[in-house]
Design a binder for this molecule. Structure first.
Ligand SMILES: Cc1cc2nc3c(=O)[nH]c(=O)nc-3n(C[C@H](O)[C@H](O)[C@H](O)COP(=O)(O)O)c2cc1C
Length: 162
């Protein structure tokens, strides 16, 4: 056992599940990003949290709309990771550019990713800043599962379905 910089340890803490976090602007246009920092906080009542860069466009949208969708990825969504995980919605309409398929949510105005393995409709119930990130806690109003799909993980140098 060697002592390491926590940042180095965090970088090596893989595989990480890949999710897309979606929100909407005041014109109901969606934006989203790729996130690894996504956890279940409580089962009953169901809550999840995502930790997003405070300056990211998605964070700004969630603060205003008070809602977000967590779409758990599979290999069919791998081709969108570069766009959603590297480009900012401040300069580009990722949904228009990618033509990624969406489907309406039941309780939210934010759409879900049609081809995800799981979708979670989250109503924002709490938020707090930590370092350069904002943690968004959502009450899960509805969850959906496509049983034919697996889950995509980031192994470090490549992505793999498990
Ligand atoms: C594999 C992967 C995992 C990522 N995980 C996170 C994360 O957990 N939190 C975060 O804020 N950004 C994460 N990012 C970076 C954002 O997806 C990226 O900065 C995005 O372009 C922000 O978009 P936005 O400004 O439109 O919201 C990740 C990117 C990749 C490729």
């Amino acid at each position: 056992m060697h002592e390491v910089d926590p940042k180095v340890a965090f970088h090596l803490l893989k595989p990480e599940r890949v999710v897309f976090v979606i929100s909407i602007n005041e014109k109901f246009q969606p934006n989203g990003l790729v996130a690894a920092r996504c956890v279940v906080l409580s089962g009953n009542p169901p809550h999840m949290a995502v930790s997003l860069g405070t300056e990211y466009n998605t964070s700004k949208l969630i603060k205003k709309s008070k809602e977000f969708v967590i779409s758990v990825a599979n290999k069919s969504l791998k081709k969108y990771i570069l766009l959603f995980g590297k480009k900012s919605g401040k300069t580009i309409d990722k949904f228009f550019e990618s033509k990624v398929r969406t489907t309406p949510s039941k309780f939210l105005k934010t759409p879900m990713l049609k081809d995800a393995t799981f979708n979670f409709e989250c109503k924002l119930v709490r938020q707090f800043e930590i370092g350069t990130s904002t943690v968004f806690v959502g009450k899960v109003l509805a969850a959906y599962h496509n049983k034919k799909r697996k889950i995509l993980f980031n192994l470090g140098k490549k992505f793999k379905e498990i």
